[in-house]
Design a protein around this ligand. Sequence first.
Ligand code: ADP
Length: 344
Amino acid sequence: MFISARIKLTAWNLLIIMFISLFFSLVIYRVLTQEFERFERQHRFRIERQFNQDYFPPPGFRQRFTLRLDPELIKETKNRLKFMLIIINSGILVISRGLAYFLAGRTLRPIKDMVEEQNRFISDASHELRTPLTSLKTAMEVSLRDKNLSLMQAKKLISENVDEVNKLQSLSDQLLRLAQFEKPKGNLIFEKINLHQVVQTAVNKIRPIAKIKNISIKTKFQDRNIDISGHKESLVDLFVILLDNAVKYSPRASGVEIKTWSNDGSAQASVTDKGIGISKQDLPLIFDRFYRAETARSKNRAYGYGLGLSIAKKIINLHKGIINVKSEDKTGTIFTVQLPRIKK
Ligand code: ADP
């Protein structure tokens, strides 16, 4: 598909270039041939004016002094001009064919990359949706075939299925958010917002989840008047993702800390936990879509699809910010976020 689109685009480019080139060649040819005639006419006019002013020439004298360009010479010059224009146009055709093919490739490359990225996204997403859907279907089919299924067992099955459906719903919500942030500027309307308020909203959302694991969330706000230009809901989402991970990958009864401060025109925030940490091999991959470290999958068995940090990264990029992570296996993790600050 990409090759045929490239060839079509090359053909269109070539057609336009050759149309322009031939049009100007015709104009040049026309102008130059008219120039011969104009030169002849001007010369005749000048001599006649001189004759009329100075004296009356004898008959036949006037004819001899009137300039006539040699018709053979004119014909030959015209042929030479035609030949030169044909050579120039052939040269343009050859050069622009290669150039148009190269430029068509360059023009289509981002579209090709985008299509490949979307295809990867669709196949990853379908794979992630397929696994829980298959297990749901199998569980229901097995129960349907069981003639001795009691009401208690049926209720248990339905409640398990509801859990699975909730997880699927959260996956589809995350996929939708990810797709939304793929759009330029994420279709977000930016406004002046207070960093302290954003962080506080995120903390309030996560506290009930942290309470289940008896994890305390400590806040440290160096300055409560740090303003940034951004989209409030997505920035709240960003801190919810970081805090949720900190809680999810921390042992029971541990502590999580969130800090905000300002530094050289930028607003900064960090989320620190004393959880399972991230190994050196996993660190460069954690922002990739659907990536989950082995420790997160197996030992901790924390629920997730590996989409949170890729959403966080997209939010950061839309806000022209930076996100960094420092972590040590089995010791803890610090995520630091830097966002451009609005000066007072
Ligand atoms: P998930 O839904 O799996 O949490 P994320 O995209 O949020 O997906 O995170 C990707 C992976 O990065 C996680 O599966 C986990 O391995 C690792 N990770 C993220 N945050 C932390 C953290 N605070 N502590 C330890 N590992 C983390």
